[in-house]
Design a protein around this ligand. Structure first.
Ligand SMILES: [Zn+2]
Length: 198
């Protein structure tokens, strides 16, 4: 009978909308930390679809205070049991140092020692000279990926039984790989960039 299909659709839609209220986790019970880069298609890389994961993206795909905040909420309150970190080759966060970005902004007249890093929390200011560290640029994507996994594993705000792994997305081959197992040799590093005179 057609009404059965219609009723099922209505039920599915209600469960979808009220997932958090009903305590239903995402399909894969998965939280993903990934770079915001448009060349990194997170769902395609992991072979997941709509509703499968909570996906957190920022510049670099690195562990920041807001990443920890989100990971803490999804693991403690929303039923997430697994974390995957995805960094990628040719990342923009490898093209300049923290010091370079700090000087760049200061030349534009921004006082980094007085600026709140959260407009809604004016008291949240960085110590003098810390901005260049806070920006979290990096030189080696493999080491960075391993480090992000370690940071999450050692965070007291993430439950110890959460399974955490990290992978590198190679924009050249459009494939995932484990850290330190390059599919091709040519990757973007600070050393390579300076060799090019950039
Ligand atoms: Zn990136």
């Amino acid at each position: 009978m057609l009404h059965q299909k219609v009723d099922q659709d209505l039920s599915d839609r209600k469960n979808w909308a009220l997932r958090r209220q009903l305590g239903i986790p995402n399909n894969k019970r998965l939280w993903v930390l990934a770079c915001m880069d448009e060349r990194l298609p997170v769902e395609k890389a992991l072979g997941i679809g709509e509703g499968d994961a909570h996906i957190f993206r920022n510049a670099g795909g690195v562990v920041t205070d807001d990443a920890i905040r989100s990971a803490m909420l999804t693991t403690h309150l929303f039923g997430t049991k697994e974390i995957i970190v995805i960094n990628h080759t040719e990342c923009g966060m490898m093209t300049a140092s923290g010091e370079f970005i700090s000087h760049f902004l200061e030349k534009k007249g921004i006082n980094l020692d007085q600026t709140s890093i959260d407009p809604a929390l004016p008291e949240l200011k960085l110590s003098k000279g810390v901005f260049s560290k806070w920006i979290k640029t990096f030189v080696d994507v493999d080491e960075t990926c391993v480090k992000q996994v370690e940071l999450l594993r050692h965070s007291p705000l993430i439950p110890e039984d959460v399974v955490i792994h990290g992978y590198i997305w190679e924009v050249e081959t459009m494939r995932l790989r484990s850290p330190h197992s390059r599919l091709i040799e040519k990757v973007n590093t600070a050393q390579a960039m300076s060799a090019k005179g950039l």
